[in-house]
Design a protein around this ligand. Structure first.
Ligand code: SPV
Ligand code: MG
Length: 432
């Protein structure tokens, strides 16, 4: 009897999956692989049903002989030990980024004369509706909010990219690449930066954009995306106001707020000591964290304390003392910031903090020390890396240069080659 293998990552079984099983049965005994939660995060969409429950769900489908766990999106593990005669899949994987997976599977199978069976992808209203419902489910506050904590426990390092609008949110949501090793890769989360949110509104990053407006940005993003959001809460404002902010963010489905231990007029950290900035005392900031934690209603939400000691040249000992105190006050994570080009002080902080605390998540924002890689950060105990402003910094020079050239040439012809074609911009939202 031949073995036919197919991999499912779905949370909901629809006609398309049943069709694959029916086709598979024609070739031999059917083994279904359940793509592990860890692999699903990178590959397709975040599972709303955990892998053990998905395995139970698949086992109940008629026509399946056995269900196994597939931990590698490229099928190396399963094909290595199962040696299926056939791998069956919807023919939608012939196109787009998934085609890299198909090519890899083909290579693995050809080593022993195994074959791929491509089944025409089922495109009916029911399947479309199920897909849409799954997406909707992931965008709901209760699913989105808890996703950051889930990611921290499931992946070596959570990768967050800044978003300040529906469009940039879509770019973070949908950008998927085939990495060097053939595996797909994408961002895990979004960072709603105070710098980029303010910049998009033409305002300086000094807590001038009010919370109602910042919440509006979050809503623009949540309307079109599903990935978890980390909100840059600046100083958190007055403690009496911060407790309301926590509740609003929870309601919006935000996963975490990061507040920094500064007081008075906040200026952007990357100014460092060039501008007057005052650090709050440990007691003052601990009280704000504790009040926020007390106000919090869900278990999922995280309040992360951002330490500005290295930015303000107050020294490593001060940074470490603050980190320990803020964790004691209830902080769910620590963000350590630096504006040095060399990551040395960040590495020292992480190593020394980890000596006494293995559990509290550490967040790093390598805008200045951008030579460090995600793997290196993870090796020093960093759990979340934030790319805080790169999309904004990419867009501004291009827009300025385009504006200048149109002025220079008194027409737009000269810039046209560099622009997205009109046909593409009018359908952009459907395409991305
Ligand atoms: C932001 O992105 O707004 C930040 C990070 O707070 S930084 O600009 O480096 O201070
Ligand atoms: Mg900020």
């Amino acid at each position: 009897m031949k073995t036919v293998y197919t991999c499912f990552s779905t949370d909901v079984i629809h006609e398309g999956h049943l069709n694959i099983i029916r086709e598979a049965q024609k070739y031999g005994r059917v083994v279904v692989g359940c793509l592990s939660d860890k692999a699903s995060i990178r590959y397709n969409r975040f599972p709303t049903v955990q892998e053990n429950m998905r395995m139970d769900m698949y086992k109940k489908i008629k026509g399946i002989d056995s269900v196994i766990l597939q931990d590698d999106m490229l099928y190396d593990d399963v094909i290595g030990y199962l040696h299926p005669d056939y791998v069956i899949h919807g023919d939608n994987w012939k196109e787009g980024v998934e085609s890299a997976i198909r090519s890899h599977v083909q290579k693995l199978l050809s080593a022993y004369n195994g074959e791929i069976i491509d089944v025409p992808y089922t495109r009916n209203e029911d399947v479309k509706k199920t897909d849409l419902q799954l997406k909707e489910k992931l965008s709901m506050p209760e699913y989105r909010r808890k996703r950051l904590r889930q990611l921290i426990s499931m992946t070596p390092i959570v990768k967050a990219m800044e978003a300040h609008s529906g469009l940039t949110g879509l770019i973070v949501e949908k950008t998927v690449i085939e990495g060097d090793n053939g595996r797909l890769d994408q961002f895990d989360a979004m960072w709603v930066s105070s710098l980029c949110d303010s910049t998009a509104k033409g305002k300086p990053d000094i807590e001038l954009v009010d919370m109602t407006s910042r919440f509006r940005t979050i809503e623009d993003i949540t309307e079109v995306t599903t990935k978890p959001i980390i909100f840059d809460g600046d100083t958190g404002g007055l403690t009496e106001h911060f407790v309301y902010t926590v509740r609003s963010l929870e309601r919006l489905g935000v996963s975490a707020v990061i507040i920094e231990d500064k007081k008075g007029l906040k200026k952007n950290s990357l100014f460092g000591t060039e501008v007057g900035q005052t650090q709050a005392t440990i007691e003052e900031f601990s009280a704000k964290i504790a009040a926020g934690k007390k106000a919090q209603l869900t278990d999922d939400f995280m309040i992360i304390a951002r330490i500005e000691s290295l930015i303000l040249e107050e020294g490593m000992e001060d940074a470490l003392e603050r980190a320990r105190a803020f964790v004691k006050a209830g902080a769910d994570g620590i963000m350590i910031h630096s504006r040095k080009k060399d990551p040395e002080e960040i590495i020292e902080f992480c190593d020394r903090f980890r000596e006494g605390d293995r559990a509290t998540p550490i967040v790093a924002v390598p805008s200045s020390y951008n030579v460090i890689t995600e793997d290196e950060l993870a090796a020093h105990g960093v759990n979340i890396v934030i790319y805080a402003n790169q999309l904004t910094r990419a867009a501004v020079p291009t827009m300025q240069q385009t504006a200048e050239e149109i002025l220079r040439h008194h027409r737009a012809k000269e810039v046209d080659d560099r622009l997205m074609p009109i046909k593409q911009i009018i359908t952009l939202i459907d395409e991305i």
